[in-house]
Design a protein around this ligand. Sequence first.
Ligand code: WT7
Length: 658
Amino acid sequence: MTTEQSPTLDNLLTESRSFPPSPEFAAAANATADWYTEADADREAFWAKQAERLHWDTKWTQVLDWSNAPFAKWFVGGKLNVAYNCVDRHVEAGHGDQVAIHWVGEPGDTRDITYAQLKDEVSKAANGLLSLGVTAGDRVAIQLQMIPEAIVSMLACARIGALHSVVFGGFSPSALRQRVDDADAKVVITSDGQYRRGKAAPMKANVDEALDGAQSVEKVIVVRRTGDDLEGDVPWSDGRDIWWHELIDAQSADHKPEAFDSEHPLYILYTSGTTGKPKGILHTSGGYLTQAAYTHNAVFDHKPGQDVYWCTADIGWVTGHSYIVYGPLANRATQVVYEGTPNTPHEGRHWEIIQKYKVSIYYTAPTLIRTFMKWGAEIPAKYDLSSLRLLGSVGEPINPEAWMWFRENIGGGNCPIVDTWWQTETGAIMISPLPGVTHAKPGSAQRPLPGVSAKVVDDTATEVGNGGGGYLVLDKPWPSMLRGIWGDDERFKDTYWSRFAEQGFYFAGDGAKYDNDGDIWLLGRVDDVMNVSGHRISTTEVESALVSHPTVAEAAVVGASDPTTGQGIVAFVILRGDAAKAGDEAIQELRNHVAKEIGPIAKPRQIMVVPELPKTRSGKIMRRLLRDVAENREVGDVTTLADSTVMDQISKGLSSGS
Ligand code: WT7
């Protein structure tokens, strides 16, 4: 299987640096080394102890029910309200005046929201949703940029037991529609427009396009952000659309949270799989919040009332769910939430924000770190970053060079770095160094957290030895694991549990290896899923978008390694008849077409027009060979091709400049 791995990852094999925590950090760390032994001795007792971090209205009677595997039940019989745990209980404990959110708008406007204010906002929004007839179990779709109302909306849903389905703001109308229909969302929450790189872009107009004829949607709540209506040009559908400030501001701030079953669904979040149809990953309440809170405390060494925490993810991804909303708020964090892009209005924006709010914990993605590297170390050097004491990375393997740059130029050479491996499906961090305990290695996520079990196995499900590579599996259930794919139990079993069905392992879809110390190094996806700037995009989804264009006869898409984005999307297309002589303009149009169909994040970096595609005798496209072309490598073994001359035809066509 290693032949499928990108060769740029080979440099991981020679990385041997290791950085122990400073004695001061270790002495004050939340986590200790004995957590590993404690959890190994009695996993369920360990998780039960972690669940005590939360307020339960009714205590559970059983920690784990795995009798109907792979459908897990955690903290069976327990009842809790997730929003109460994230907001009210901190106010009741006397921390109402603590800032929960330092919000920074892209144009420079700011808002500080205390826990007491957050409680009022969430209660009002909960009452507002109830007034529209939303009840427990209903689905609410949310397409919002990074504004406080996004967080308030999610918590308001949780408070009344409705499931939110957050759709990333950059997704196209058809992507939104697909998700709204799949979940039968009753209400959609959005905004008039959003600021992007200094300009206001419409949002509501896209939502209207998406919802044209949508059967399930009764109401659309619109947050006023850019003030498009004041210009008189926000499209409006009377009877369906309602302004947030008219609906929510008028509500009472009194709302009594109801305790829901530990397994009550909390949210659906769609993610790309190997087919064109996104999967609605389902998460539930008690186990999810337990692991989100535990990992936020242990992995980020978070100290409530002292730290200022900043996770740079967008609320549209799982990182935003678990490490902006649920984990940090359950742990009474004070956090920064930033609306805009990192280079608006200048490339020092993040460092300026860290300096201003004295951010102590900063959690970001390798693609952004590499972008900062490109912009130059002299930019962060102009700011006082001495408040930072811990750095985190997520989304894709971090190359040792970026890790070292992060450590030296942002962390001042003395902050532990946690490289956290997890997925939308796992709900929370699974593999990561423990700060204060682990001797960190640049580029390795290292060990499963206490309470978590992961292994690297070969095709026969046998664990490989030190130095060996294979597939990453999770061999024991964990509290924040997905409970299924919305409306599709078969696909759930098929996708994750069929590959190693006999052993009952969860198949993560990632390649990994052990080094000589038994530490885990993640090597990227082993399926047809690309990772572009930490975003998961399926090759099939992009291929379907391409062939939906009238000029395209056939398309094959691969993720080619990219110095900034990790992988870049490279498409090979066969054009129809006359279109085959297409010039640059036609290629541009195809790129834009994909952006329009899925969203700008899916726009191919490069499109190559080819006469044929390499296929096996059974008709499967051999992406491995196309990846060789896309990465300018000598083309590998072609013996399994139905027509072995295809690769020659492709190379010849490309070198002659088409
Ligand atoms: C896939 C999950 C988890 C939140 C962000 C992405 C890759 C994620 C790492 C890491 C190596 C990583 C994997 C995984 N991935 N974190 N620290 N090292 N790879 O969530 O969209 O569900 O994607 O991202 O390939 O399977 P996601």
